[in-house]
Design a protein around this ligand. Structure first.
Ligand SMILES: Nc1ncnc2c1ncn2[C@@H]1O[C@H](COP(=O)(O)OP(=O)(O)OP(=O)(O)O)[C@@H](O)[C@H]1O
Ligand SMILES: [Mg+2]
Length: 298
């Protein structure tokens, strides 16, 4: 889709959102805005979608009005993990057929899903301006929800970086593999360049125990301190657990399908660690996420 592709009404609305970015809430803004957590990784297949869907499911179970925004554009699969059959996706928002609220689909426990589109090639080839407009939709979602969890594609492409930069907190998932660790560091480096104040928390996934999680975390922390002068936190860790694979077959997050499984317990622990940051905040304390620094040039 080209920049001229949408209906004029939608582009006008998106451009208004774009111009409002960084200038604080509109006059009719609510008094609270959702928190935004974005899940990323350097290497593919590390467990981002499993983490994003389970965190969103726990938040919904806890009564937070939660949206999962699937920003793995064109190759989205969170809907498969949630057993949702989406009629709409983010391409319909960009084309002007639907508003962001109109593409939300109900998922387990009452969470809402904004699907990134599967096999929608035009979504996989958006330019940075279009990506920015799409990320601006997260501001819209913040108005009616407590928490927005964003799942991203792996890597350091603009498609991923724009969403990582638009989040208040970033959860960076890595396994113990040296390739996953190296690529996670690359994301951290790219994000630090783009947004100096980015808050990044490491999530070792598929580890044997706490000790191994600690080793995985320390490797990435030490190299970040040394070369980036950044000290990422440890958000929590998720064990290797066969219930995860079985939950995917059941099309339900493991926290809903096998709530007593070790991975389910770990997702709840991770959420609890984040709970103080996960509730919506008064607007005065909630900065606009799409700031001038992350805008592409017009
Ligand atoms: N803690 C875990 N225990 C066991 N298996 C896991 C765990 N986490 C993830 N997996 C397995 O890894 C696979 C990939 O997970 P997931 O789809 O979440 O990765 P991803 O990072 O989103 O991948 P992509 O980069 O392709 O989007 C899952 O299908 C699941 O079988
Ligand atoms: Mg994924």
């Amino acid at each position: 889709m080209g920049k001229e592709g949408g209906r004029p009404g939608t582009w006008t609305r998106l451009l208004q959102l774009f111009r409002a970015g960084g200038k604080g809430p509109a006059p009719d803004a609510p008094d609270r805005l959702a928190r935004v957590l974005c899940v990323g990784s350097g290497k593919g297949g590390t467990g981002k979608s499993v983490l994003a869907t389970n965190l969103a499911a726990v938040a919904a179970q806890e009564g937070l009005r939660t949206v999962l925004f699937d920003a793995d554009l064109g190759l989205a699969n969170a809907h498969l993990l949630l057993g949702v059959h989406p009629r709409w996706n983010l391409s319909h928002v960009l084309s002007g057929e639907r508003s962001i609220a109109q593409v939300l689909e109900p998922g387990p426990g009452g969470l809402a899903l904004a699907c990134g589109g599967t096999g929608v090639t035009e979504l996989a080839a958006l330019d940075e301006f279009q990506l920015y407009l799409l990320a601006s939709q997260i501001e819209e979602l913040r108005r009616d929800h407590d928490l927005v969890v964003v799942d991203t594609a792996a890597g350091i492409t603009p498609q991923t970086m724009v969403f990582l930069a638009a989040a208040e907190e970033v959860l960076l998932v890595t396994t113990r593999d040296v390739t996953a660790l190296t690529d996670a560091y690359a994301v951290l480096k790219g994000l630090t360049r783009r947004k100096a104040g980015a808050r990044v928390h490491i999530v070792p996934n598929r580890v044997a125990d706490e000790e191994e999680a600690g080793r995985v975390y320390e490797r990435i922390r030490d190299v970040s301190i040394r070369f980036l002068e950044r000290h990422p936190g440890l958000a929590g860790w998720i064990p290797e657990d066969p219930h995860v694979g079985r939950s995917i077959e059941r099309r339900l997050p493991v926290v809903a399908s096998f709530p007593a499984a070790p991975a389910a317990e770990a997702f709840r622990r991770l959420f609890e660690a984040f709970a103080p940051r996960a509730a919506a905040r008064p607007v005065v304390a909630a900065p606009a996420l799409i700031d001038t620094a992350s805008r592409p040039p017009l």
